[in-house]
Design a protein around this ligand. Structure first.
Ligand SMILES: NC(=O)C1=CN([C@@H]2O[C@H](COP(=O)(O)OP(=O)(O)OC[C@H]3O[C@@H](n4cnc5c(N)ncnc54)[C@H](O)[C@@H]3O)[C@@H](O)[C@H]2O)C=CC1
Ligand SMILES: O=C(O)C(=O)Cc1ccc(O)cc1
Length: 391
């Protein structure tokens, strides 16, 4: 039987969580966890004293510590079962080293916008790198720090997880349950593909938004007067340009190759607009605009959780690491949304991986991918009575 999301049930499936870096993302995550699971103990680890005080005052953490305080080590050694590294990327090396030197054996995840460097650090520093499940919430804002944080930041958002063949089978379902209980949906992406994928949908757009603001600023003799003319369109396309320059400079250099390639491609796309204009080619210009308009209109609207037409997929498997990452990667790449995931143990070394899918994505494609990969799969619709146990 699939466990219901434990929303409001006190515990998050994790009893004690250390959240390192209590800014926009770390504090929003903790606020959401404490709202959904009030009994979960959260340690706020942050270098900034005001942030730590604020974390306690808002009730988003049960304890707070500077990274060098003994309280951090004590919290970890007294049975912390999840460490969430939500600090700027540059700070992660030191935190992996701390966790390694304390012999921490629980799950570690992160929220950093790029994955290559953090995965290399985890592999090099952690004594049990298989316990590192890289993560990246695709939600945020142009604000920074705990002052911009809110408990509903991740509602309806996608949260990327990158398990791999070494990830212990139980880690993914635990992380999946926690993240979905905060109102986000999990998307699985191989860690090697992550940075190129987000370059196109997050990093290039940021630099294009900054470029638009640069353009407007250069043309404003009296900036205030020009900016007053900016209508909704300018504001919609440039909101993210107000984000932290330090954060975005770090992201850019961490993802230099994919970002440079994306910006180069962008230059070509802008050139195709200006070429069509220069040559008076109205048909070409209209076609370029129409292609973009159609694609933009087809963007999925905000996610509404489906309680009907759920499909259960059961996959017998040897109970070995790798299967969960493989199956969930196939599901995400077929556009299927996993509402819940569970491992039912049959014997010591065999189990059934059981997924509940919403009605999104291409189930036919998922089925053939799984069969091609050698899995034997059975699909069955869940009856309305069974839904009650899942939703
Ligand atoms: N801003 C956004 O919209 C998103 C950011 N991210 C990623 O999440 C991570 C955090 O980003 P934000 O929350 O936006 O940053 P932020 O600037 O809002 O917060 C960072 C927090 O970390 C603290 N900090 C700095 N150095 C530290 C250290 N050595 N140890 C402990 N705490 C330290 C700061 O005092 C601050 O409270 C970054 O890696 C970023 O790439 C991911 C998704 C969205
Ligand atoms: O503000 C927004 O809409 C964002 O898209 C924020 C954001 C910033 C950095 C990320 O790695 C992911 C998301």
């Amino acid at each position: 039987m699939h466990a219901a999301h434990r929303e409001g049930s006190g515990e998050a499936g994790f009893r004690r969580i250390a959240v390192v870096g209590f800014g926009l993302i770390g504090a929003s995550f903790s606020a959401a966890v404490r709202e959904a699971h009030p009994d979960t103990e959260v340690l706020a680890v942050d270098v900034d004293a005001r942030t730590r005080a604020e974390a306690l005052e808002r009730g988003w953490a049960s304890e707070a510590a500077h990274p060098d305080d003994a309280a951090f080590r004590e919290f970890v050694e007294a049975g912390c079962d999840l460490a969430v590294l939500a600090a700027p990327a540059d700070a992660l090396e030191g935190h992996f080293e701390r966790l390694a030197s304390w012999g921490y054996r629980g799950i570690v995840t992160d929220t950093v916008s790029t994955k290559k460097r953090v995965c290399e650090l985890a592999a090099r520093i952690l004594p049990h790198p298989e316990n590192f499940v890289p993560g990246h919430p695709m939600a945020g804002s142009e604000r920074s720090g705990i002052d911009g944080a809110r408990p509903d930041l991740f509602k309806g958002a996608h949260w990327i997880l990158c398990p791999d063949a070494g990830t212990p089978a139980e880690h993914f379902p635990r992380m999946h349950e926690l993240i979905t209980s905060l109102g986000a949906r999990v998307v699985v992406l191989p860690r090697e593909e992550h940075d190129e994928a987000v370059a196109v949908v997050s990093h290039v757009p940021h630099f294009v938004a900054s470029s638009l603001v640069q353009l407007a600023s250069r043309h404003a003799d009296d900036q205030q007067a020009l900016m007053r003319l900016a209508a909704g369109g300018f504001k919609d396309t440039t909101r993210i340009a107000a984000g932290s320059p330090e954060l975005w400079c770090g992201i850019a250099f961490d993802n230099k190759d994919a970002l440079s390639a994306g910006l180069e491609e962008m230059r070509g796309i802008i050139a195709s607009f200006s070429d069509a204009l220069a040559s008076g080619d109205r048909a070409r210009l209209t076609a370029l605009l129409a292609e973009a308009a159609e694609a933009r209109r087809a963007l999925p609207a905000a996610w509404v959780p489906s309680t009907e037409r759920l499909l259960e997929v059961r996959i017998p498997m040897e109970d070995r690491p790798g299967v969960v990452a493989e199956v969930t990667t196939h599901a995400s790449s077929a556009g299927c949304n996993i509402q819940s995931i569970e491992i039912d143990h049959v014997t010591e070394d065999s189990a059934v991986l059981s997924l509940v899918l919403t009605d999104e994505g291409d189930v036919g494609q998922l089925s053939s991918r799984l069969i091609d990969a050698g899995f034997s799969v059975s699909f069955s619709p869940l009856t309305p009575k069974e839904h009650a146990h899942v939703a």
